[in-house]
Design a protein around this ligand. Structure first.
Ligand code: MG
Length: 252
């Protein structure tokens, strides 16, 4: 079932989500050539805990894999999502890095991601980031009470395809709040007018993952990579469905 959040639950979610928004902003000043992804993870964990939160991803379990070790997912270049932070993964000029982070505060989770440019990047990478972020905002604009989840999926997927890119297969957004992952699944492509009806009080994590060369993914343990090693970008916000415009919660 899809949980409708009460106003007191939404108040709690605002707080966890604001930590994420300010964290993602502060990382803009920290991500640069020479930094390794474990340093970004340590910075993030300190940032979250010093504000009273807990990193939602750390220790996250799925069958068949060791608990996720990081507070962030750090996915560089052709890594799509779920990149494990590592001391020996050192950022270099021209890389792109997706940082995905979840925060739990007072029992409620938020979830968001942003892809960062390391120094100056190619025009191709720059365009991928712009298109992926634009597709997120088109998805958010479709997340209105009375619409259906397929309207979000269609808004994202149709735009990405029109730009000649590919949404990654089988990786979706989701409900969020009492748990890091709740119903409904929110695919990044689909048919308008299909799927569950959207209602005020729902809270969604919408998260397009967009590849340059192919929709195909390959799994390496936790990590998902683009099958042809082309670049991939990822942007995500946690939003609240209202009776009017959707409200983005993961903005500082
Ligand atoms: Mg998510």
């Amino acid at each position: 079932m899809i949980y409708l959040k009460t106003s007191s639950e939404i108040t709690k979610m605002r707080k966890s989500c604001q930590i994420i928004g300010s964290l993602l902003d502060s990382l803009e000043g920290i991500i640069r050539p020479g930094v390794n992804t474990l340093e970004l993870d340590e910075y993030t964990e300190d940032f979250i805990r010093s504000r009273g939160g807990k990193p939602s991803f750390k220790g996250y379990q799925i069958p068949g894999l060791k608990p996720f070790p990081g507070s962030i997912c750090a996915s560089v270049n052709s890594a799509i999502v779920h990149g494990i932070p590592r001391r020996d993964l050192i950022l270099k000029e021209g890389d792109i890095i997706g940082i995905d982070v979840g925060v739990e505060l007072d029992g409620y989770h938020g979830d968001a991601a942003r892809t960062y440019r390391v120094g100056s990047v190619t025009d191709e990478a720059d365009k991928l980031l712009k298109v992926t972020n634009e597709s997120l905002y088109l998805g958010i604009a479709a997340a209105r009470a009375g619409n259906r989840v397929g309207d979000i999926s269609h808004a994202i997927g149709a735009y990405v395809a029109s730009m000649g890119y590919f949404v990654a297969d089988n990786l979706t957004g989701h409900g969020v709040g009492r748990h890091l992952h709740e119903e409904p699944q929110i695919p990044n492509s689909g048919t308008a007018g299909r799927g569950p009806r959207i209602a005020a009080g729902m809270t969604f994590a919408i998260e397009p993952m967009v590849n340059i060369g192919t929709s195909s993914v390959k799994e390496k343990g936790w990590e998902f990579h683009v099958a042809d090693n082309s670049l991939s970008a990822h942007y995500e916000h946690t939003i609240l469905i209202t009776d009017g415009d959707p409200e983005i919660l993961t903005i500082a």
